[in-house]
Design a protein around this ligand. Structure first.
Ligand SMILES: [Zn+2]
Ligand SMILES: [Zn+2]
Length: 267
């Protein structure tokens, strides 16, 4: 084969490749178009609107379940599905901890075991699983300076009652309604407190740590003052600060509005 023949064969081969590309470009079906679009817009593709599962653990008010789904939709724009209740199992209690530290502790439920359980239980169709329970939940409060040590006095902090706990980032969180009625019987106020904690714990799951950029009036990711938690929760914001809102809007398919000069009204 001489040089001229090789060049002609190469030319014909290139022509057929181009021909194929041109023909497929004009005859591609809708499915292909979407596929091609996705290749070139990877950024768009990775942004998604999470679908949330809400898991009542033990008996839990139907109203509060609905109020949780509503606030998630209203603020984050995510749909949430309320699942059938799951039982409170004895292996979630604080009695192992009580035994370990030789303490007499009233039976309460360990939030860390429960969020691990929720993470395992989460089905494929849900991106996040939020547990809601009416029983008191606890975690261990570690020393602020040395995170490996339990805060002193140990008997008080080893099994510390909390409003909620969530992985940051992660796939599950837990909210308890137990503490919201310590100083009130007003169900509207109790519901409001619970909704704020739902927004906060889901914020942790979405990757937001506690916010130190702004005060509690500007961002619901500010940690409540643990010694004065209920009052602090009442005074806390219904919205994220602009920095936290921007972080969520960049990562997810959300359009959380940014604050104007004045604080926005209740969402
Ligand atoms: Zn928090
Ligand atoms: Zn913030």
């Amino acid at each position: 084969m001489n040089k001229k023949t090789i060049i002609i064969i190469l030319f014909l081969a290139l022509l057929s490749v181009f021909g194929f590309l041109i023909i497929s470009y004009f005859t591609k079906d809708k499915k292909n178009q979407v596929h091609i679009k996705n290749i070139f817009s990877k950024k768009e593709e990775t942004k998604k609107k999470p679908f949330i599962g809400i898991q009542p653990i033990g008996d839990f008010s139907e109203n509060y379940l609905k109020a949780s789904a509503q606030i998630i939709k209203k603020y984050y724009g995510f749909d949430a599905e309320i699942l059938p209740k799951s039982p409170l199992l004895p292996n979630f209690t604080n009695q192992k901890i009580a035994k370990k530290y030789n303490l007499q502790l009233p039976i309460r439920y360990r939030a860390d075991s429960l969020i691990a359980h929720l993470k395992r239980k989460k089905s494929q169709k849900h991106d996040y699983l939020i547990g809601l329970t009416a029983v008191d939940i606890t975690t261990t409060w570690y020393d602020e300076k040395d995170k490996t040590k339990i805060k002193e006095p140990l008997w008080m902090h080893v099994d510390w009652g909390i409003f909620g706990l969530g992985y940051c980032p992660g796939k599950s969180c837990l909210i308890s309604s137990f503490r919201y009625h310590f100083d009130t019987q007003d169900t509207e106020r109790i519901k409001t407190r619970m909704q704020k904690v739902v927004l906060h714990e889901l914020g942790h799951n979405l990757g937001l740590p506690h916010c130190e950029k702004k005060g509690k009036k500007y961002c619901f990711m500010v940690q409540v003052d643990l010694r004065n938690a209920l009052l602090d929760l009442d005074n806390s914001s219904w919205t994220l600060c602009d920095e936290c809102a921007n972080e969520i809007n960049t990562k997810f398919d959300t359009k959380i509005p940014l604050k104007k000069k004045e604080e926005r009204k209740k969402v």
